[in-house]
Design a protein around this ligand. Sequence first.
Ligand code: ARG
Length: 460
Amino acid sequence: STKKLWGGRFQQQASKWVDEFGASISFDQQMADEDIEGSLAHVKMLGHTKILDAADVKKIVAGLEALQQELHEGKLHFTVENEDIHMNLEALLTEKIGPVAGKLHTARSRNDQVATDFHLYLKNRLPKIVNEITTLQKTLVAMAEKNVETVMPGYTHLQHAQPISYGHYLMAYYQMLKRDKERFTFNMTHTDIMPLGAAALAGTTFPIDREYTAKELGFGQVYANSLDAVSDRDFALEFLSNSAILMLHLSRFCEEISMWVSHEFKYLELSDAYTTGSSIMPQKKNPDMAELIRGKSGRVYGHLMALLSTMKSLPLAYNKDLQEDKEGVFDTVKTLLPSLKVFNGMLKTAKPNIERMKQATENDFSNATELADYLAAKGVPFREAHGIVGQLVLKGLQTHQNLQDMSLEQLKEASPKIEADVYHDLKSEVAVQRRHSLGGTGFDQVKLQIKNAKQELGED
Ligand code: ARG
């Protein structure tokens, strides 16, 4: 036999480089805490069910707690020879308390152990992500509240479409983040299921008590099928998918921020603390953080695609391919948390150029719909009104006049129904303020959104 934990039936040692290829310790040591937590619960269960006697359980618990302490002090040393976090910790436990450590793995396999660690890992981190999203939502609501009546161009096809409230724009992202949070919260229910007790794939002949272990670990449910428990990673796929969508939302926002701080737009000024200079061009102030968050969305999409691809043809139950499930998830957590934090800081310290935004709505034809609506309200069929205004726009383009710059005579020529009160309707802030329809950009509607949001955030 070889000196591996599982070396009994082996006569030949693998080369060091083969061991290195197969090992996961370089990354799965990030689940060391969860692994110890899982082992503690498992061994307590083995004591509770009298599968192990109390004296052995006591020794093992003491050993695990000592390892936990050393882990937190940064004193544990892991090796590639011991392959992964599970066998490393078992080897360290053996060093500490002797052969009795070998009893810990009774009625357990690394297959249910690793799945349990992975569930615990994510379960411990999902609330942090939800918290960061909430922080960002609060920033958005606070900013929206200050900018209900800040008028800016609304775009479709990146062309001036209709004027909107900047507060309304900000609240659009609030709503996206609200659904992101709901997705992560739902993700929590599927992460809150315990695989432990599935053993290698088929359950065990030992009289284990899975409900007891689940309670120890704070899991709401246990997997009902042992094959499913060790084979699936849908909770991780859900996480990656939710993360991809969240990063997409941030990325779109970042794209807009990058445009808006440009010389052409100048709608926004970012704080120096969230921008960088150029090594050659002294005048530069680059929105690096926004670009980087936009860029990082790509790696998160990649992690989702990678795990989907890894899993698509795996026969039940465990296959070593599944060892590839972790790094993408770890990296996603490490990407999401700082992205949310940096984004929040960047947004919070950004100053909108209210004058400039307003001006941009007064130098264009984004009030054309107002004029068409004005005529439609006076009984002109909307399609006909659309045509009349279209012709006025064409004329304006030729004479370098906006609709509000045209004389009443000029306007009346297009339609005798137009009266002097039209100039009121053509004002961009009036166009925004009047959009009272539910969920519209009208000031009262934006205020209503903000009120509801505060209630959702427990801020009212
Ligand atoms: N390091 C392995 C993983 O991450 C642990 C499970 C190994 N199980 C096995 N039968 N080889 O998936």
